[in-house]
Write a protein that binds this ligand. Structure first.
Ligand SMILES: *Cc1c(COP(=O)(O)O)cnc(C)c1O
Length: 402
């Protein structure tokens, strides 16, 4: 990394700003008369070097691009790491890099419900003999800690030196079931046992949950979702406070090639500027809708913000909010389909975390685990007026169930 020779986007860590200020102010060029307020987009595949010597410079666009740096600085500051984050071509490219941290022949412990792409990618690697997967119910802390202990015992002496034979993969809340893991307990157990841990923090965002503070080794995001927030880019990122792990992830990105386009990262930083406002509004909308939906007859509502939700106490203890994703379970696949087809304001589409509200029947994907109910609809709540969202949802529910 070239560091010193370039504009310093490393951010005002020392100022202890609130996250609402960090998202607006971090990652700006130095203040100089007539300088641009925003960092530029650098479009280049190559960087000028020093004749004849390895000069520690950027060299080539696959190793680094100045456009990445302000975003990586901001993300690190939000997640609470002194080391810059790493932006990847997609959330799944970041997932692949993080899964590849596990040693050959090692064990990855994964939630039985989690982002489908992560689960199927891991299953393909396992089928190819790269590592073993153990799936667990992350709501069941005893089951997960027993799986960690068994995997560490199976790895013999190797795991004790943190040689990466065992990797605990967590997502909380999970996609799409919104199960909440006891992050402090599970991450402390993994650390004490010598297992690495990765937390996919896409659903919560760093404004709501900070896995590094709970002891995670690596935090991962699909930047595509809330961080960029406008459904116009596909990007991913990792953040770790461990220099060795960061180097491994950086190496993976450089040599496997899952790099981000400069324009996408610039857009992601632009989107990040309003993250706090978007999260505040979409979370408030989600809570209000969850409450109204739980009054609707014949529906099951899953949302950690509801006091009756099994994940509520944990979420309240480890998150500053409850996120903007909620699920409703209709009695049949047919009824769920009718709702998704009857909405006019909500958009039937996959993805989540954008300003616009989306609705999706998850079992339409053939690979979705069978333990996800046929009638489950995942709702990504946007920043529209909650009464408009409710009116549209209510008429669609009336059509399906009335
Ligand atoms: C979307 C998503 C991913 C994958 O990210 P892409 O940007 O689509 O590659 C990973 N994890 C979670 C929780 C997601 O929602």
């Amino acid at each position: 990394m070239p560091a010193g020779a370039h504009a310093d986007y490393s951010g005002p860590m020392t100022q202890n700003w609130a996250p609402e200020t960090v998202v607006v102010e971090t990652g700006r060029p130095p203040r100089e008369h007539d300088a641009a307020l925003n960092p530029p987009i650098t479009l280049t595949s190559t960087f000028i070097g020093t004749a004849g010597v390895e000069d520690g410079g950027r060299q080539y666009g696959r190793y680094g691009n100045p456009t990445w740096e302000p975003f990586e600085a901001a993300l690190a500051e939000l997640e609470g790491s002194a080391l810059p984050g790493l932006v990847f071509a997609s959330g799944l490219a970041a997932v692949t890099a993080a899964l590849d941290l596990v040693a050959p022949g090692g064990t990855v412990i994964m939630p039985r419900h989690c982002y489908l792409g992560a689960l199927s990618g891991a299953q393909e690697s396992a089928a190819a003999g790269r590592f073993r997967i153990v799936t667990v119910d992350i709501e069941d802390t005893a089951e997960v800690t027993a799986a960690i202990d068994a995997a560490v015992a199976g790895a013999g002496d190797r795991a004790s030196g943190r040689d990466r034979s065992v990797l605990l993969w967590l997502e909380s809340p999970t996609n799409p079931m919104l199960e909440v893991a006891d992050l402090p307990a599970l991450l402390a157990h993994a650390r004490a046992a010598g297992a690495l841990s990765v937390v996919d923090n896409t659903f919560a965002t760093p404004l709501v949950q900070k896995p590094l503070e709970h002891g995670a080794d690596v935090v991962l995001h699909s930047v595509t979702k809330s961080l960029s927030g406008h459904s116009d880019v596909v990007l991913g990122a990792t953040v770790t406070a461990d220099p060795e792990l960061r180097e491994l992830l950086h190496h993976h990105r450089s040599v496997r090639g899952g790099i981000a386009g400069p324009f996408e990262v610039w857009l992601a930083l632009r989107g990040l500027r309003t993250l706090a406002l978007r999260v505040e509004r979409s979370q408030a909308n989600a809570l209000a809708l969850a409450e109204r939906l739980s009054e609707y007859p014949g529906l099951e509502v899953r949302f950690p913000g509801l006091a009756t939700d099994p994940g509520h106490a944990r979420a309240a203890a480890q998150m500053t909010g409850f996120g903007s994703i909620l699920c409703i379970v209709l009695p049949t696949a047919e009824a769920a389909r009718t709702v998704a087809e009857s909405v006019r304001l909500w958009t039937p589409a996959t993805s989540l975390g954008g300003v616009e509200s989306l609705i999706e029947r998850r079992r339409r994907h053939a690979a979705e685990p069978e333990s996800v109910p046929e009638g489950l609809l995942r709702l990504s709540v946007g920043i529209e007026h909650v009464d408009d969202l409710w009116a549209d949802l209510e008429q669609a529910l009336d059509t399906a169930l009335g």
